[in-house]
Design a protein. Structure first.
Ligand code: HEM
Length: 405
């Protein structure tokens, strides 16, 4: 335990919504990992930080989602938000979870995604300009890429992407413990507009080979479930990738020698993406409710209690990674828990990696990176679960054209 003037300091009650934790959670995780890896924090919630324990929590079928769904539904109150929360695959337990997950899995299998690789490269080339200048990594590159890709998979009209982004930005803040009544009311209105838009699309959908067409043709899935699935995929498929690109650019900008290494050895980019996911994940945590008692880290967690698995902490567990706070794009054996684990492992992990690798290949090629804004002044999204900046200006020099053989 930390000593101050000979007095042991008790580990404070961990609260992921505290502004200092949201700004930089890593010193707090470090303390949890060292002093109390299975910690009873704010509101009696258990916070689990060790790599192996996080894997247990995410993979255990004694840990379910129902209580979490009820918690969020209560928080936002009746309305379109809880309509979606009650049907999304993210909050279902068995057998509905597997039924809904199985419906979308084939569309995100490596073989199905192969055809999308050229489209991802085309989008990246269009978004990452080669002339000298300044771009906003989040708004000019990351979000149009991630939303463009998931819209293509779903078969959503390209001209509606700005509207989808605008709805998404209004709904996002409602998925936070600190959401106020005004944010929730605006999120409800935005969700009503989004579900209205999707209902029209579903009702007028001709048979098609994209994912929305496949979902509409499935006789066992209700219209409400289809809409909840599309909303889930729009969110899960673009907020996460967008934030991850921003977090990776920030890590590289803070470690210019690592950026230089990637520039001189672009073959390191896929490994660097794993390190970026480990070092600063865009999804920091996930929650469950205990359907039965569980012994973990010498403590007894009781049926009905809520448990938060801190993947952001597990990715920095010194028992798993040597010098976990060091950002090293050549690190080997990196298996970040950023995509979760077990039966709920992220359906979009292969797609996300394709997008991240394509984005970083193009971004690291831009010479003379400079962050015109002090990183300490950047504004992070307010969320206990997601981590990412709202805007990230990046100045760069002109790219010398690659010689064609
Ligand atoms: C860097 C990008 C991403 C990260 C860090 C991420 C992270 C995660 C995590 C941690 C989970 C597990 C949730 C849990 O345990 O309850 C998850 C589930 C999921 N993700 Fe992702 N995700 C990313 C990108 C994507 C993309 C591109 C898609 C688009 C298809 C996607 C779709 C999903 C879906 C549908 C689930 C639910 C799986 C289930 O409950 O069985 N994700 N994601």
């Amino acid at each position: 335990m930390t000593q101050l003037a000979g007095q042991p300091l008790p580990l404070a009650c961990f609260d992921p919504s505290a502004p200092e934790v949201q700004r930089d959670p890593y010193p707090h995780y470090d303390r949890l990992l060292r002093e109390d890896p299975v910690h009873r924090g704010v509101n009696g919630i258990w916070f689990v930080s060790r790599y192996d324990d996080v894997r247990t929590v995410l993979g255990e079928d004694r840990l379910v989602r129902q209580g979490i769904r009820d918690f969020w539904s209560q928080l936002v109150g009746p309305g379109p938000l809880s309509g979606i929360l009650s049907r999304t695959v993210l909050f279902q337990d068995e057998p509905d979870h597997t039924r809904l997950r199985t419906l979308i899995m084939p569309a995100f299998a490596p073989r199905a995604l192969r055809a999308l690789e050229a489209e991802i490269d085309r989008l990246v080339a269009e978004l990452v300009g080669q002339d000298a200048g300044e771009l906003d990594v989040i708004n000019d590159v990351a979000y149009p890429l991630a939303l463009g890709v998931i819209s293509t998979v779903l078969g959503l009209p390209a001209h509606d992407r700005d509207r989808l982004r605008a709805w998404s930005l209004r709904i996002g803040p409602t998925l936070d413990l600190a959401a106020g009544p005004a944010e929730i009311a605006d999120g409800q209105a935005a969700m009503a507009e989004l579900t209205g838009y999707l209902t029209d699309l579903v009702d007028t959908r001709p048979a098609s080979g994209d994912l929305l067409g496949i979902l509409c043709a499935d006789g066992d899935t209700s219209r409400e479930e289809i809409i909840a699935m599309v909303v889930t995929l729009i969110f899960a498929g673009h907020e996460t990738v967008t934030n991850q690109i921003g977090n990776g650019v920030l890590a590289l900008a803070a470690h210019p020698e690592q950026l230089e290494l990637l520039r001189s050895r672009p073959g390191l980019v896929p490994g660097a993406v794993e390190e970026i996911l480990r070092y600063d994940s865009s999804v920091q945590s996930n929650s469950r409710q205990l359907a039965d008692d569980l012994e973990l880290g010498g403590k007894t967690l009781r049926r009905g209690e809520l448990v938060v698995a801190l993947m952001g902490a597990a990715n920095r567990d010194p028992a798993r990674y040597a010098e976990p706070g060091r950002f090293d794009v050549t690190r080997t054996g990196v298996h970040p828990l950023s995509f979760g684990s077990g039966m709920r492992h992220c359906v979009g992990a292969v797609l996300a990696r394709l997008e991240l690798v394509a984005a970083f290949r193009a971004l690291v090629r831009l010479p003379g990176w400079r962050l015109p804004t002090d990183p300490d002044a950047l504004q992070y999204q307010r969320s206990t679960m997601f981590r990412g900046v709202l805007s990230l200006p990046l100045a760069h020099e002109a790219q010398t054209p690659r010689r064609t053989p």
